[in-house]
Design a protein around this ligand. Structure first.
Ligand SMILES: Nc1ncnc2c1ncn2[C@@H]1O[C@H](COP(=O)(O)OP(=O)(O)OP(=O)(O)O)[C@@H](O)[C@H]1O
Length: 386
């Protein structure tokens, strides 16, 4: 009897221990790989990092995005150990690294200007870190050759940096950063020195490469389309602090703060939005709103349109050909709005009177931004008083 009882107890204890183990495993899977807690950094009187806190999941690709001077590079340099924080903690893989020197943090770094050794071949550039670590020669040979293949530079082993294109040089820089198998890759404006077309190709190539290698990576950019296209998570910086963090879709479709609303997308800031048809419930004449081209439709006066009553007429002042569509600047109620007209539709030309329908806008209310729909699209009878 006792035996059976004991064995049952043992079984249930074992099951409990197993569940506990699983919970712990899932906890550690959820544990952030990188964590910054309340980081502050000043240069003289200037506070470049102001109470910066964020976490990064293992294996994710994070974009630090913000205007020039907002403190992106400072955060990256503090993480890398190239700069010391005045206060706050930096954790990598659960370990406090504040006092660990840069070369012991297991971090790979890619700079915007490639920073390749000019008098070394592609092979030697990539092998550099491994030779410093005294890795055996045949191991270096094997590893560097496989990295050269990985970054798509097969056959270019003996070329010097001056014999490569900008995109190829940056691929060498990635391979060199990956050679020592860092656990974290930091990239400072990695595409900035590369021309537009190659930059786009290199972006998707890098995203794919990082996913394949599975390395946690953080890159700095001031180019929102780069962050939106490449990152799993975007961290927006403003005046040295973190303004917002989230997935590209979350941030784009729900910017939440006034700053992010005015920063993301292609914003047109308008005053007194209550004068626009469909928005008369916005009472406060001193209010400000943000419009994006995708919130506005433009039609020729002779084209049928459903929401005539809540549409405006405006005069087209400028038209810019953008490839797939035309970007039009249309004067409505004395304000200049930006709208897009697909190339597949009948042309609208400067000087033409057009119909404009604003489907929604972001109304700025102090630090916050709220979405307001055109009356035609809502049945609610709410009044927006700010
Ligand atoms: N070593 C330094 N000494 C003094 N001021 C510095 C130093 N490094 C950075 N700063 C200042 O800190 C602020 C933030 O700089 P940081 O390079 O982090 O911004 P950023 O967002 O990366 O800008 P950018 O996009 O222009 O590179 C800037 O005003 C800069 O002048």
């Amino acid at each position: 009897m006792t035996d059976i009882k004991n064995s049952k107890l043992t079984d249930s204890a074992a099951a409990g221990a197993e569940t506990e183990k699983k919970l712990q495993a899932s906890d550690s899977a959820r544990q952030p790989y990188v964590e910054l807690r309340h980081i502050n950094k000043s240069f003289g009187d200037f506070q470049a990092s102001n109470d910066v806190s964020f976490t990064v999941e293992k294996g994710s690709l994070v974009g630090l995005l913000g205007p020039s001077g907002s403190g992106k590079t400072t955060i990256l340099r503090i993480l890398a150990g190239l700069e010391t924080a005045d206060s706050g903690e930096i954790y990598i893989n659960g370990k406090l690294v504040n006092n660990i020197p840069a070369n012991k943090r297991g971090i790979g770094f890619v700079f915007q200007s490639y920073a390749l050794f000019r008098y070394m071949t592609v092979f030697d550039n990539i092998a550099f870190g491994l030779r410093t670590k005294k890795v055996p020669k045949d191991e270096i040979e094997e590893k560097v050759n496989s990295l050269i293949d990985l970054v798509g530079l097969t056959g270019l082993n003996k070329r010097y940096p001056t014999q490569l294109s900008g995109g190829q040089r940056q691929r060498v820089a990635f391979a060199r950063a990956l050679a020592t198998e860092p656990s974290l890759l930091l990239l400072d404006e990695p595409f900035a020195a590369i021309d537009a077309k190659v930059r786009k190709e290199l972006r998707s190539w890098l995203k794919d490469l990082i996913q394949r290698v599975g390395i946690t990576s953080i890159f700095v950019t001031h180019d929102q389309s780069e962050a939106i296209e490449v990152a799993d998570q975007i961290i927006i910086t403003n005046h040295g602090h973190v303004e917002r963090s989230g997935s590209p879709i979350e941030i784009y479709s729900n910017p939440e703060s006034s700053f992010v609303t005015k920063f993301i997308g292609q914003p047109t800031i308008i005053d007194n939005p209550g004068i626009f048809k469909g928005f008369s419930k916005i009472r406060e004449t001193k209010s400000t709103a943000v419009l994006r081209p995708e919130f506005i439709s433009v039609t020729k006066l002779n084209e049928p349109f459903r929401y005539q009553i809540t549409s405006e007429t405006g005069i087209v002042e400028k038209s810019f050909f953008r490839g797939g569509d035309f970007e039009l600047k249309v004067r409505v109620n004395d304000q200049l709005l930006t709208v897009n007209r697909p190339i597949t539709q009948e042309r609208i030309v400067p000087g033409e009177e057009v119909r404009i329908f604003i489907r929604s806008l972001y109304l700025l209310d102090g630090d916050k931004a709220v979405t307001v729909l055109n009356d035609s699209l809502t049945n609610t009878d709410s009044t927006y008083i700010i």
